[in-house]
Design a protein around this ligand. Sequence first.
Ligand code: CO
Length: 254
Amino acid sequence: MSGVTVRKIHHIGIVVEKLDRAYGFYRDTLGLPLIREAEVRDQGVRAALLAAGESEIELLEPIASGTGVEKFLQKRGEGLHHLCFETPDVDAALAGLRARAVSLIDQTPRPGLAGMIAFLHPRSCAGILIELLTPTARALLPPSPLKFKRLVLGARDPRETSRIFQGLFGLSEQAVNGGPRIMFPLGQSTLLLVPLGEVGGNEGMVALSLFAQDLDALIDRLENAGASMLCGANEVTLAPASTHGVHLHISRHD
Ligand code: CO
């Protein structure tokens, strides 16, 4: 069994209190183009997709109580919520997973914001909520001043998490010089597994890195917006208080 075919990270989902306020940062300050906004009733959310290179950022505002996203917001506050892989055939992917008795949230695909989607149960993915998506149309993404670079996952046992990800999604490791970190290249971006000790004991999705085409102009916009950040020569690190709960690193694209 080779696992689900994964083309790329389609998007990462971020739960926010209010979409309008989150636009102030993600669309207006970072400059990510808004692709689509709509209500997804069966998830009880109003959701928006913004382009970031070949991947997207999905903002999710709960609009109904008792739903997964609303409970997440109550319990954890704003922040990284799920990771979505693009797959060419979500029906075939689910059939393959069912045949292997992998725990699923969705037994059959349902319509999402960008195509047909299905969620796997976090207990089958080392505690990470994974969505699979087959886009309805392979629309060209608008050019974006920032590109998706890396998603950092905190893992209790990176070796074990890697084994699960390789088995479910056919991902292959890229050698990292020694140490406990494990890297999976995925299209133009990477997934990085790091032990909990390196990420303050936080398990699951812990940080996001983007490339900026013009870092100096971006830093000016962040300063004007009053963002709380640490600037290096080639990188800026933003505090979760300024990003709707996300540890965000942006580096200069060379
Ligand atoms: Co999603």
